[in-house]
Design a protein around this ligand. Structure first.
Ligand code: 0X9
Ligand code: CA
Ligand code: CA
Ligand code: CA
Ligand code: ZN
Length: 423
């Protein structure tokens, strides 16, 4: 792979060439304007799942839809391949330049605070702030909340697990429900979703009989940061990086990061729903569970008896259910009756938040995602929610922090339905 602007800057910075590091991007900006190393494109002609899967298979980063087109991030070779495959490909802009714009609030200096979101977005919780918030929840509600760790990320961060239930310190015989957030680094709104669930079920416990009933009758587990190295990297330098993957270097390659949601050990790499190219955004890793984060979370899940689960992502406003590896509604380990249950509960949840309900492969084929593993291996009623917004370009991953409350509260009823179904 060629030296990208990103790695050039990294090399210059590592060499202590601050001036070069600062000026390198603009020095190459002229040619980048034509064919950016990371360009944002609208792709037209991908109007069914098979064609969207074909688009994804070129290794591009499918972000969402906008004005009836797929929004993708692609390098020049990938853009050329898409055109050669008959898709209409319009360049919208330079992904890195757009990220830079999104990171700066007009009239405000860029965030100078270390380990914080760009200025104007500080209500989002960094990993450190998330951990502090979880500790505060336990300090305030020690009888119904308990904090533990599923293990460590590649860079050594704890994968925080918050349990909420009556007699939290005791493993009681109550249905267990799991919510996971932030598998993908830049999907920061999902971390806020997990924190919102934590606050709602603890702050509301004493005053709201409905909340009390749910907390007393279930063991609710939350993992707000499945990929903390990635989310911290995504806000490093006070600027959004547009990062999706983990941060573990790929052995035998100069690339960093694996798509955690292609790394789960069920039909891993089976069906053209992930990439074997380390530089691609949906790179599945050198082996299933090669990433310490997916391995630790999987071991944690296997150590318990979860019956229901939502993995939160952004964006597109979708409720998705397995399988992702096949377009068929039924397959080995998924009877017609089981598929119908996924559909019924999925549609009921979507009826409360206004999302679109569908089988995940109706979007595009994925293999090695968490839902396929959770259902295929453990028969957990496992959904993916793609949160706000419904459509967008790169800004879709970075809604202003003013959206946090509305977009997390929006899923309250859906969460309650999942808790009910866990019983
Ligand atoms: O591709 C993913 O991992 C998820 N979308 S995201 O834009 N957040 O990256 C969707 C996973 C759901 N599974 C399938 N679409 N098959
Ligand atoms: Ca704001
Ligand atoms: Ca903050
Ligand atoms: Ca309990
Ligand atoms: Zn995602």
């Amino acid at each position: 792979m060629s030296i990208t602007r990103r790695s050039w800057r990294a090399i210059a910075a590592a060499a202590g060439l601050a001036l070069l590091a600062a000026t390198a991007p603009s020095a190459v900006a002229q040619t980048d304007q034509q064919v950016p190393e990371r360009g944002l494109y609208h792709v037209r002609g991908a109007d069914d799942a098979a064609k969207r899967t074909a688009v994804a298979r070129t290794g591009v980063d499918v972000a969402g839809t906008e004005n009836g087109a797929l929004t993708v991030v692609a390098n020049p070779a990938q853009a050329a391949t898409l055109r050669a495959n008959g898709f209409t490909v319009d360049q919208i802009g330079d992904f890195d330049a757009l990220l830079k714009q999104r990171s700066v609030v007009p009239g405000q200096a860029r965030s100078a605070q270390a380990d914080e979101f760009p200025s104007g977005d500080e209500k989002y919780h960094t990993y450190t702030e998330t951990t502090a918030e979880l500790k505060q929840v336990v300090a305030d509600h020690g009888d119904i909340a308990q904090l533990s760790s599923a293990g460590k990320s590649y860079e050594g961060r704890d994968l925080n697990v918050l349990k909420i239930s009556d007699n939290a310190a005791t493993d009681e015989d109550e249905p267990e429900v799991l919510f996971t957030c932030n598998q993908h680094a830049r999907e920061h709104l999902t971390t806020e979703m997990c924190l919102h669930i934590a606050q709602r079920f603890t702050d509301g416990y004493a005053s709201d009989p409905k909340i009390k009933e749910m907390v007393d009758g279930r063991e609710i587990y939350l993992i707000p940061n499945v990929n903390p190295d990635g989310s911290e990297y995504d806000i490093s330098g006070g600027e959004y990086q547009g990062w999706r993957k983990t941060r573990q270097p790929v052995p035998g390659s100069s690339e960093i990061g694996t798509d955690p949601n292609r790394n789960w050990d069920y039909q891993w790499g089976c069906c053209g729903g992930s990439s074997d190219q380390p530089g691609d955004e949906d790179y599945r890793g050198p082996s299933a569970f090669s990433e310490p984060e997916t391995k630790a979370v999987a071991d944690f899940i296997s150590s318990r008896k979860f019956t229901a689960h939502i993995d939160f992502h952004t964006f597109s406003e979708l409720v998705l259910w397995p399988y992702g590896f096949t377009e068929d509604d039924t397959a080995e380990g998924m009877t017609a009756e089981e598929a119908k249950r996924f559909q019924d509960v999925g549609k009921e949840m979507a009826g409360t938040n206004g999302y679109t309900p569908e089988q995940s492969s109706d979007l595009y084929i994925t293999d090695g995602d968490v839902n396929d593993w959770a259902w295929g291996k453990h028969k957990i009623l496992s959904y993916t929610f793609e949160m706000y917004p419904k459509s967008g370009g790169i800004d879709g991953f970075y809604p202003p922090d003013e959206q946090i409350e509305e977009q997390t509260t929006r899923n309250d009823q859906a969460v309650d339905i999942l808790l009910r179904e866990a019983g």
